[in-house]
Design a protein around this ligand. Sequence first.
Ligand code: HAM
Length: 426
Amino acid sequence: MAYIAPRGTVDILPGKSEQWIKLEQLLRTISANYNVKEMRTPIFEHTELFNRAVGDTTDVVSKEMYTFEDKKGRSITLRPEGTAGIARSYVENKMYALPEKLQKVYYMGPMFRYERPQNGRQRQFHQYGVEMLGVESPYVDVECMLMAITVVEALGLKDVKLHLNSLGDEESRDAYRAALQEHFKDCLDDLCYDCKQRFEKNPLRILDCKVDKNHPAMKNAPKTIDYLSEKAKAHFTKVCELLDDLEVEYEIDTNLVRGLDYYSHTVFEIISDDPKLGAGATVGGGGRYNGLVEELGGPATPGVGFAFGMERLLIALGDEDQDEEGLDVYLMPLGAEAKDLAMQIMTMLRANGFTCDMDYCDRGLKGQFKSADRFNAHFSLILGESEVENEVVNIKCNHTREQNVVKLENIVEFIENHYEGGHEHE
Ligand code: HAM
C-alpha cells in the first residue's frame, strides 16, 4: 500500500520551507514593530469553545470542524481558527487583570477546516493572526487595519484592497436581525434547508449561504449599515475618519458580514485580485468582537483582530525572489583517511560559525564538485591522500576559482580573510 498525505494537507519540502521561514521572520518583525507579542495556545480545544465562540450556525462550526472524542470520551476539536483559543486563554490566565490594559498578541500556526480543497484552500492551513484585547477605541480598530496593510505592503502584494463594514453593537444587530427576518420571510420556501434554520436562529448567516447566494432576495437584502445605533455609527465614522487622515485607501462594502458569529462593529477583509489566487480572493480578514470574552466567562472586554491565510500570502507572493543562501564550505574528502580528517575539520568549522557539509558517498571529485555547486558553496575544501600526509588542505574559492594550499591550523583564518563580500557569521 502506498501512503499518501490526507486530502487537503500539504508537505512543505526543503526548497519551499525557506520561503515559509522568510515569511514567518517578516511577520515577527512587523509584530515587534507594532509592539505585539507572541502567544501560543493549543492546537486542539474543547469542542464547546468553538460552538460558543464561533457560533454553531456558522459553516465553520456546523460543517467544517475536525471533531473527535478522546480516550475519556471528551469532545475535542482541532482549532479551525485562532481567536477563540486566544480569548479562552485570556480569560483563563486572567490577562484582563494585567497592568497594561491593551493586550496585543499574535500567533502563527496550523488551523483545520474540513473544506473542499482548491488553490489557496486546504484542510490544514496556516494563519498569522493578531488580537488586541481590552480597549474599545476606534483607534485600535485602525491599528489592526494598519498592521494588516503593513503585511501586504511589506510583501509587495499588488492588486489588494481593504474592504470595510460595520455590523454595529447589540442594539444595531437586534434591529438588523428583525429587518432580515422581515425581508426573507416571504421567500423562505425557496431557500435551502440550512437557511430555513438560520432564519430563526441567526438570519445574518443567510447572507453567506453558498447554496442560495444567487437568489434574487440576496441582492436587495437590508444592509447592516442602515441599522446602526447612534453609538455604533459614531464608532464607525471615527474609524473611517482616521483611515482618511492616514490616507489609507478602503472601500465600504455593505455586503461584508464575515463568516464567524463573534463580530460586532468594524469588520474588514483584505481582498486580492492577483490572478495567481483568482480574482476577489480573501487573503485576510478580521474585525471587532466586543462580546466574546464575556461570552467565555470573562469580564466584559472589547477585542479586535485579524488573521491572514499564510498559504494565500505565499501564493500571491509567487516563486520569484528565491535567493537561497549557500553554504560557506563544502568538504570533499578522497579516501578513508581523508574522510576522518574532513569530519574533524567540518566540526571545527561549524563550531566557528560556518555553515558546512561534506560528502558521505565516497564519490570522485567530479560528483563532489556538482554537490558543491548545488549547495552554492562559497569554498570547496579538497582533501586527498597527499593533503592528509602533509597536514594541509586545498581550498578553492568557487567564486574567484582561485585555489590555495592551506595548513590545517590556518583554515579558519584563511577562510575569514578570503571571504568575498565578507563573512556574516561570528
Ligand atoms: P477567517 O476569515 O475565517 O477569519 O480566516 C482568515 C483567513 O484565513 C482567510 O482570509 C483566509 O486567507 C485563511 N483561510 C481560511 N480558511 C482557509 C482554508 N481552508 N485554507 C487556506 N486558508 C484559509 C478568522 O479565522 C478569524 N479568526 C480572524 C480574526 C482574528 N478575526 C478577529 N481576529
